[in-house]
Design a protein around this ligand. Structure first.
Ligand code: CDT
Length: 313
């Protein structure tokens, strides 16, 4: 089998505080871009909402302040240096940010090619949390207040290096996200995230946050025969802790590289896209083995309904 190597890096970010300027954040991204390049990487994945603090933790009321967390254009004046540096280095990247499009606001990621062109845009579809504050807890999760449900589906883009798909944070937990991309032959999935260790609605044991994060990525990579690169914004932001665990997962379901800490940290791996071909040709040969005539409930129901089992006649 001929190898098809994609040199991939994940740039985990440490915290971004409320007072950190876009310029200072973009400088950090560019520093990690150079580190990734020095390691031979051609693509780098940055986190969800990489340019600001994870503001959905607050029920903000000042519209000017709320607006300050979104981008009205991309590249913007502040992000142009990142685009320029990446193009000079011949590197492509995934970047997550808050997007204003007219009256609509989305939690968005873009895929920028090594030539500096924006190849693709994705708008987060699974928006977790609440639209209004739940109680008096200082740390909320109000993504439904700040973002509309994405309207672009889950496209996969054919690039010169691989078929690349994108999703954002909570999307990674849903098998539907990955299967829709699997059905387009995804070879490399990119995902940015901000995963708080605590959640106002539910005191799930904290160690499970990392377990479920890795479990979701490993299952998705294996079941859809793709590489997955996941970049988190981590550590303590404005008093709220978010998990690290940025990683690169192979189509075997194995973690090939993972961050050690919770700060700015680059990991990299030479990913052979051909590994997925074996799975696509055998155990997960979708055309031969999938049975969509039995999957109707997947699109007929949103929430779980009554069991359909009947006693045999
Ligand atoms: N950013 C994001 O989507 N975070 C969610 C937290 C869910 S708890 C309401 C996640 O799935 O990691």
């Amino acid at each position: 089998m001929t190898q098809r190597i994609v040199q991939l890096a994940v740039a985990q970010m440490g915290p971004v505080q409320r007072s950190d300027s876009r310029d200072s954040v973009v400088k950090r991204l560019i520093a990690m871009l150079h580190t990734a390049h020095a390691r031979g990487a051609r693509w780098v994945v940055f986190p969800e909402l990489a340019l600001t603090t994870f503001f959905p933790r607050w029920d903000l009321r000042d519209q000017a302040e709320i607006d300050s967390f979104y981008e009205t254009s991309m590249p913007s004046a502040a992000t142009e240096p990142l685009f320029t540096a990446a193009k000079q280095l011949g590197m492509g990247f995934y970047l997550g940010y808050g997007e204003i499009d007219g009256e609509r606001r989305f939690n968005t990621s873009i895929l920028v090619g090594p030539d500096g062109r924006i190849i693709g845009k994705y708008r987060k579809i699974h928006i977790p949390g609440d639209a209004v504050t739940q109680n008096s807890a200082p740390i909320q999760h109000l993504e439904k207040k700040y973002f509309a449900v994405g309207d672009l589906g889950f496209p996969v883009w054919q690039t010169d290096d691989a078929k690349i798909g994108m999703c954002i944070c909570n999307d990674r937990r849903w098998p539907e996200t990955w299967r829709v991309m699997g059905l387009q032959g995804i070879e490399l999935g990119m995902v940015g995230y901000n995963t708080p260790s605590g959640y106002v609605q539910w005191d799930e044991p904290i160690h499970l946050r990392m377990h479920h994060h890795l479990l979701s990525l490993q299952a998705a990579a294996y079941q859809n025969a793709c590489w997955i690169a996941a970049a988190g914004k981590s550590g303590v932001e404005e008093g709220a802790h978010m998990i690290g665990g940025s990683c690169i997962v192979a189509p075997t379901g194995e973690i090939m590289a993972k961050t050690l800490g919770e700060g700015d940290e680059v990991i990299s791996f030479d990913c052979d896209m051909a590994i997925g071909d074996n799975y696509r040709a055998n155990i997960f040969h979708f055309a031969r083995h999938r049975r969509p005539e039995h999957y109707g409930l997947l699109v007929e129901r949103t929430g779980a309904g009554d069991p359909l089992g009947k006693e045999p006649q």
